[in-house]
Design a binder for this molecule. Structure first.
Ligand code: NAD
Ligand code: ZN
Ligand code: ZN
Length: 339
């Protein structure tokens, strides 16, 4: 039996353990992917901590920014063959025939499986995945770049689209981490004026270098006041994992503004005024990752040189200290485990 190294959540709230496990066999319709790079999304930390109402069942392997090469295929696979480079995203699989799946909203499928949450993910040397739901990574995109695009990229690309951001509008991006650093670039590429909000100056410097017109350190400056002085935001995309930031982002919208909730704080209740929402014609919506097609678009844009991924490679053995670094906000955008 061949074995592989994997990072396992033994129980919710405990540190991850590096274990030597059997390499999984690809079942019908599955591919076995030899992982080259796997990004550390803040969602993996929420998963390991059991932060959300729907909890994963330990032991499990996190990871949904997995990029690697197909090593073997199970019976009945038709789309991929050994040697293909693919990405394993949060949407591990969906039913393919419900009203959501057939209308371009497969990310809302009630029968979906989520990589690194309800099925084992990519914090391992190998992972099995659905032949129909892995997404091809174009030649010319390195695994180190492709990994963060697989969740952070597709999620913010989708949020910008769903919020209906238009050229000339002002977008505030709250939280300039893995997600936020790409959100800034999509909003900028679309022709919006971009306000970046974070609590770390280094993140704000990065945002400026990626196209932000105004930066606000919410630790030292009131972001609502600073954004009001700038004219208010038409769209606010919140990726920070704290309820207060959503309320501030809502308060900084101008009339007709749209709040896009993307971050998923453990303490997930916010208070907003119905009166303010009605009289000022504001909208509040949630945005969950993106489809396979959105990810293909994200890869194509990156291959065309429109986005820059800021990522640092790490070893899987460092997973627990990497979680600490992300929580401390001391990470340049994304950490990526490389194999
Ligand atoms: P990250 O840790 O890389 O980035 C979070 C950023 O928020 C950091 O730069 C941090 O400094 C900043 N921040 C913290 N407190 C702040 C505050 N009070 N004001 C402004 N900024 C603040 O995390 P990430 O990987 O980008 O993920 C962000 C969130 O998005 C997580 O909750 C994650 O679970 C969620 N997420 C949602 C989706 C989705 O589909 N909706 C997809 C992926 C991730
Ligand atoms: Zn993610
Ligand atoms: Zn479905």
């Amino acid at each position: 039996m061949t074995t592989m190294k994997a990072a396992v959540v033994p129980e919710l709230g405990a540190g991850l353990e590096i274990r030597e496990l059997a390499v999984p066999e690809p079942g019908p319709g599955q591919v076995l992917v030899k992982i080259e790079a796997s990004g550390l999304c803040h969602t993996d930390i929420h998963a390991a901590h059991g932060d959300w109402p729907v909890k994963p069942k330990p032991p499990f392997i996190p990871g949904h920014e997995g990029v690697g090469v197909v090593a073997a295929t199970g019976p009945g696979t038709t789309l991929h063959k050994p040697g293909d480079r693919v990405a394993i995203a949060w949407l591990g699989s969906a039913c393919g025939h419900c009203r959501y799946c057939v209308s371009g909203w497969e990310t809302l499928c009630e029968a979906q499986r989520n990589s690194g949450y309800s099925v084992d993910g990519s914090y391992a040397e190998y992972a099995v995945a659905d032949d129909h739901y892995v997404v091809d990574v174009p030649d010319g995109i390195s695994p180190l770049d492709a990994a963060p695009l697989t969740c952070a990229g597709v999620t913010t690309f989708k949020a910008v689209k769903v919020a209906g951001l238009r050229p000339g509008e002002t977008a505030s991006i709250v939280g300039i981490g893995g997600l936020g650093h790409l959100a800034v670039q999509y909003a900028h590429a679309l022709g919006a004026r971009v306000i970046a909000v974070d609590v770390e100056d280094a993140k704000l410097d990065l945002a400026r270098s990626l196209g932000a017109d105004l930066t606000v350190n919410a630790r030292s400056t009131d972001p609502v006041r600073a954004i009001a002085d700038y004219g208010g935001a038409d769209v606010a995309i919140v990726t920070a994992a704290s309820p207060r930031t959503f309320e501030q982002a809502y308060a900084s919208l101008r009339r007709g503004g749209r709040l896009s909730c993307v971050g998923l704080p453990a303490d997930d209740t916010i208070t907003i005024s119905v009166f303010d929402t009605v009289l000022n014609g504001k909208q509040v919506s949630g945005s969950i990752v993106g489809t396979r097609n959105d990810l293909a678009d994200v890869f194509a844009l990156h291959a065309a040189g429109r986005t820059k991924v800021i990522a640092e490679p790490r070893h899987l053995e460092e997973v627990n200290s990497c979680f600490e670094e992300v929580l401390a906000g001391h990470v340049p955008a994304r950490l990526v485990f490389t194999f």
